[in-house]
Structures are given as C-alpha cells and as structure tokens.
Design a protein around this ligand. Structure first.
Ligand code: UD1
Length: 418
C-alpha cells in the first residue's frame, strides 16, 4: 500500500487550480443512465479513484463512455439493472444509480453500499423516497431490489433529515416520474444545484434546486445534455487550510468562493487573511492564528467534509476550540492519529475539544478515511521533520494530482510504494 512521506515546515506559496468536484461528478455520471437514445457530455470530471469506479459501474450496466479531449461522453441504454457488490462495496455513492435505473427502466438491484467508515450511514431515506414514488422495494441477499413496472409516479417527499445522496437519488428519479414531485427539506449543497443544471440540460423540468423545496415536473424522456462539473469546494477548502497552517500564501483558482463562505468566515475569525473574487481566493497567514469553535451543518453551514482538516488547523491555534460534528456519528477517526503527532484533543460525545500547541511532532500516521487522510497530510506539511502518512489510497479517492499541486507550491512530499 502506498504511503506519502512529507518533509514539513515549508510555507506553501503559489497558485493551485481546483479540479471538478468528486461529489458532483458521481451523480452526474449516474445521469448517463438516463440519456435514453441521446448522450451526455460532461466536462471538468476529476480523474479520481471514485470517478473511475463510477465510470466502471455505469459501463458495467451497459452505458458506454468515451473521451473527447477533456470531456467524457456517456451514451447507450443500460443492459443490466444490477449494481454488484464488488463495485458498490468500494464506494457508497454507487447507490446513486438506483434512482436513474428505476425511473428509466423500472428496475434496480443495488448492493447495499460500503464506502468511508464514518458511521453506519444507512440508505433508508433513499429507499423511502423510491417507495413514495410507487416503487416496490425489498431487501434480499444484501441487495436493495426495487421495481416499478409501470413507472414511478410523482409524490411529495418530506425528508426527516437532510441527506445529500437521498435528495440526489430522488431528484434524478423524479425527472422521469409521472406528474409532479416535491422534495421537502431537500439538501441545498452546490452539488445539488449542479445536478439539477445537468438534468435541465437533458430536458428535465426542475425548480428550486439550492433551496429546501425542489419541485420537479416529470417528463416522458430525457435527451442529449452537456454540463461542466462544478469546482470542488472541499479540495479548495483543504488547500486554503494548508496555506494557513504552513504560514504560506496560496491563490486558489477555478473555484467558487461563495461555496466556502462558512469555512472562510471561521478562518477570518481565526485571523487568517482571505481575499475572494468570484472564482479565485487568496489565503495567507504568518502561521499564527486564534482558536475558533465550529459545528458541522448541512450547506450553507460548516461542511462535515472539512471538519477533519479544520481540526488539524486548530491543533496549531492559540487557545482552545470546540469542534462539534452533527452530521455523522463516528467522524473523529483522525483524532488518535493527530494525538500521535502530539495534538491535545479530548472527545466528549460528538464534540472534540482541541487545545492548540505551538508545534506538532512528526510521526508515522495512518489514514482511515478520505478527509481524515488529507487532515494528516496538512498536519505533516505544517510540522518540521518527516511525517509518513500510510494507506493513502483514501486520498486518491478525492484529491486529483495532490502531490503535484502541493509540490508546485513548495511542499516536499513523495509517494512511496510499500
Ligand atoms: C454526501 C457526500 C459526503 C458528505 C455528506 C454530507 C457524496 C458522494 N458524498 O454523502 O462527502 O460528507 O454528503 O455532506 O456526495 N442518512 C440516513 N439515511 C439515509 C441517508 C443518510 O440516516 O438514507 C444520514 C447519514 O447517516 C448522515 C446524514 O444522513 O448522518 C447525512 O448523510 P448524507 O447527506 O446522505 O451523506 P451522503 O449523501 O452519503
């Protein structure tokens, strides 16, 4: 398994172009199942382990994809409605093929997913949304088996809690359901707006994406579409934190500053200098900043996908910060690893109390999930000496060209095959 050796303590200085968002690209690739006799052209798809896996899954289902320059073109009808365990178990977002398959072909058999080990992460909300639209769903042999032989019907679906994935599955399915669907308490993440824009380019009728009520008028079929994937706000946020922690100055380009308001607000409160334009942001710091409390919330609140990185930053802040995780029940797996680097962290239920220190100690550490991995990389970059982060296959799931992007800004890091 590969590891990353980091010689830390170097301020990062330079410019990083942000890639397309993993979390937007995954449902967009699943939309390829809905283009019917047409095709879907996607631009700015990041080359990541997870997007490769989603491409493999839609191809397994029968959709062809080809490349035209930087674009990916998905076309053709599904030949199978079964998303098998060996693919789905590698990535939880595979569940996103359920809505498209069910709406377009009246049948979907999707293995119950795996993915990051951050809590139990059930799929009951996805299933309930499909049932509300008239699907018959059974759980058998580790699979969600859903059928809608006469097609799906529009419905009012009220989510008891905000779920990004369940909103996406329901949104895609509702585009081809008969009549009107209303998604109430829908997720408002930028990735939802991106998905809706792509579906509209394919002929879907959607209003309200980005608010907590989305209204969809079902159409008989979708057609050719084209869409460019929204920039990755989590990648941008991770590099913004890297600039602050290393006492550097980074300019982030090809990003949407408005998607990171809650992070930037917390970083400004800490004393980090942040200048934003619509698609760029300059982050600089002398490496000294104050402790700030945060609580993760659905968008536009502080993103859970930046909680681990922000905690790494707070390990080096002046004072004590309180970091509360309200989205996932088991998303502090980076804490013991940060403590191996000398961090002072106490966990009380879903809250971590972090007392900042002047410096951390280099140590071999092990990544346990995607965002935990990058938080350890950030800690390593800010720490003098050599930090070896092992199991970095997690990083490859979500950060395109991480070594070359950071390396071009002065970071000293090298991948080692073990
Ligand atoms: C997506 C993101 C992930 C991010 C998360 C929250 C993708 C591919 N992944 O994950 O990076 O951390 O949003 O912003 O876009 N839940 C249920 N039942 C369900 C579905 C979810 O109880 O059927 C719960 C989850 O356990 C969690 C909460 O709802 O506690 C939010 O999860 P959700 O928004 O669905 O996360 P994902 O879509 O899986």
């Amino acid at each position: 398994m590969d590891s990353l050796k980091i010689q830390g303590g170097v301020p990062l200085i330079g410019e990083i172009a942000i890639s397309g968002a993993k979390n937007a690209a995954l449902p967009l690739l699943a939309c390829g199942l809905m283009a019917g006799t047409g095709s879907l052209r996607l631009g700015n798809v990041p080359d990541l382990a997870d997007t490769r896996l989603m491409k493999a899954l839609v191809r397994h289902l029968g959709v062809e994809w080809s490349e035209d320059g930087e674009d990916i073109i998905l076309s053709g009808e599904a030949q199978s409605y079964v998303a098998p365990y060996d693919l789905v178990s590698q990535m939880r977002a595979s569940i996103l093929v359920m809505g498209p398959l069910l709406a377009r072909y009246g049948e979907a058999q999707v293995s119950l997913p795996g993915g990051c080990a951050i809590g139990t992460r059930p799929v009951d909300l996805h299933i309930r949304a499909m049932q509300k639209m008239g699907a018959i769903v059974e759980l058998a042999d580790g699979y969600v088996q859903a059928r809608a032989p006469k097609g799906l019907s529009g419905a009012k679906i009220e989510f008891p809690l905000v779920s990004v994935g369940a909103t996406e599955n329901a949104l895609m399915a509702a585009c081809l359901a008969k009549g009107q669907t209303q998604l109430v308490n829908a997720a408002k993440e930028p990735e939802i707006i991106d998905l809706a824009a792509c579906l509209v380019s394919m002929g879907a009728k959607i209003e309200g994406a980005g608010s907590d009520v989305i209204t969809i008028e079902g159409v008989d079929s979708l057609h050719n579409g084209a869409h460019s994937v929204v920039p990755d706000r989590v990648e941008a946020g991770s590099y913004a934190i890297a600039a602050a922690m290393t006492g550097g100055a980074l300019t982030l380009t090809n990003m949407h500053s408005s998607h990171l308001e809650s992070l930037f607000e917390a970083m400004r409160q800490a004393g980090v200098s942040i200048n934003t334009q619509e698609n760029t942001a300059q982050i600089s710091s002398d490496g000294r900043y104050q402790a700030v409390d945060i609580e993760t919330q659905p968008h536009p609140g502080f993103p859970t996908d930046l909680q681990a990185q922000f905690m790494a930053m707070m390990c080096l802040a002046e004072g004590r910060s309180k970091i509360s995780e309200t989205i996932f029940e088991n998303r502090f797996m980076h804490v013991p690893e940060l403590m191996r680097m000398g961090a002072d962290i106490t966990i009380e239920g879903r809250t971590a109390l972090v007392t900042g220190k002047a410096s951390l100690l280099s140590a071999p550490v092990m990544a346990t999930d995607l965002r935990a991995s990058v938080c350890l990389v950030l800690a390593g970059l800010a720490t003098k000496g050599e930090t070896e982060v092992s199991r970095i296959y997690h990083l490859d799931r979500g950060y395109a060209d991480l070594e070359s992007k950071l390396g071009a800004c002065g970071a000293k890091l090298v991948r080692v095959a073990n």
